[in-house]
Design a protein around this ligand. Structure first.
Ligand SMILES: Cc1ncc(COP(=O)(O)O)c(C=O)c1O
Length: 393
């Protein structure tokens, strides 16, 4: 298991760099570029008075609101202190012994599962960072849980619903559960075509993880939920932690969030515009860009493993992906933020890459195909990888 560093630790980085937290431009965590909407701020301020009482341990109003939004019964919803809390509850509540995990994937899956004693079985993604077509063959009788992330973190790539359904079907036949993490899917314009929410009734072995923290820009508040058509699973997840894991403020924030669907539409629109702009600009840089669909982008700078430190010197944090299983230290993930910030990031990124003369036009000849073992070919103005994993907008 690799180390468990996450993006978004501005507190540690500010201390290291001798800066205040607000002097750091954080591209390492993927949060809505529109910030906390006014209606959620108001709901949280209004909730201060009610915080004199313990929060509702059943999250009644919140589960009802989620049920209405997602087309499920409130009984199919378990709320938690962020999606991450639900991963631990799932691990300790269901106690899977063997977990199949396509990698690279969000580091917390493995952290949570192994904390509860599970053994991980890694399934490397193919060269294009996609699930292999024969992944269903890996769901053997000894696998208790398969975890899929859609869109995947860190790649931002989407997996076709047909492939997810094939996995669900095979898993059902093998009495195996499947967790589909859709925490970033609501930020993708393609959500309706990719979500497996409509299949919760058909597949009681399906669990879907959702989060409020990214879409509504409230990672510091902590709020997530899990959907499952099997009430026994919901009961076990609820029992696997303290009764009051979701604060009153977080519950009120969640209810307010769901009352204003227009905010989500605005986030999706802004992210798409900015992501397209960033892709266009990144394709002018000497790096291998993947065709991410979420509010973050994933790329490789073959052989360059200190890009984060070069950008830190400019007050910008990006996510080094070297601690993801199946990735080396020259893979990076950057958030999609607002336009002004993205322009700044792209300028600094260009300058940071120019520090390395292997990336200059003169230097690139010695940097081509075959020199890096991964079959990458880097060319100016194009985002070419031999694997074809990268593509245009
Ligand atoms: C893919 C994925 N799922 C779930 C989470 C958990 O999010 P939270 O605990 O903030 O709801 C994260 C956090 O980064 C993530 O990247």
């Amino acid at each position: 298991m690799k180390n468990s560093t996450h993006g978004g630790n501005i507190y540690k980085k500010a201390k290291e760099l001798g800066l205040r937290e607000d002097q750091i431009l954080d591209y390492s965590a993927n949060i809505s570029p529109l910030g906390i909407p006014a209606h959620i701020k108001k709901a949280m301020v209004d909730a201060i008075e009610g915080s004199v009482n313990y929060p509702d341990p059943d999250c009644t109003a919140l589960r009802e609101a989620i049920g209405r939004q997602d087309g499920v019964e409130p009984g199919a919803v378990a709320c938690g202190n962020g999606g991450a809390d639900l991963l631990y509850r799932l691990a300790f509540g269901l106690k899977p012994e063997k977990v199949l995990l396509p990698v690279p994937a969000f580091v917390e899956y493995e952290e949570a599962m192994t904390a509860a004693g599970a053994q991980m079985v890694y399934e490397p993604l193919d060269e294009e960072m996609c699930l292999r077509p024969d992944v269903t063959e890996r769901i053997t009788g000894d696998i208790d849980l398969v975890i899929l992330c859609n869109p995947n973190n860190p790649t931002g790539l989407l997996t076709d619903r047909r492939q997810v359904l094939d996995i669900l079907q095979k898993a059902q036949e093998m009495h195996c559960r499947v967790l589909v993490d859709e925490c970033f899917l609501e930020i993708c314009e393609e959500e309706a075509d990719y979500t497996v929410k409509p299949y919760l009734k058909d597949y009681p072995n399906l669990m879907i993880l959702k989060s409020f923290t990214k879409l509504y820009a409230i990672p510091g508040v902590r709020l997530g939920y899990l959907l499952c058509g099997d009430p026994a699973v919901i009961a076990r997840i609820n029992r696997a932690g303290q009764a009051w894991s979701v604060s009153h403020i977080a519950q009120c924030a969640g209810v307010a969030a769901l009352e204003h669907p227009e905010y989500r539409a605005a986030v999706v629109r802004t992210v798409k515009e900015e992501r397209d702009f960033m892709k266009k600009e990144l394709r002018q840089l000497p790096l291998c860009l993947f065709d991410g669909r979420a509010n973050y982008l994933f790329f490789r700078t073959p052989g360059v493993t200190d890009l984060d430190r070069r950008l830190e010197a400019r007050g910008i944090m990006i996510r080094n992906c070297g601690n993801y299983e199946n990735l080396s230290g020259d893979y990076w993930r950057i958030a999609v933020r607002d336009h002004k910030e993205n322009v700044r990031l792209l300028g600094e990124l260009r300058r940071a890459l120019e520090e390395d003369n292997t990336f200059t036009r003169e230097g690139r000849d010695g940097y081509g195909k075959g020199n890096h073992g991964a079959g990458y070919h880097v060319e100016f103005g194009k985002d070419i990888c031999d694997s074809g994993a990268v593509s245009g907008l």
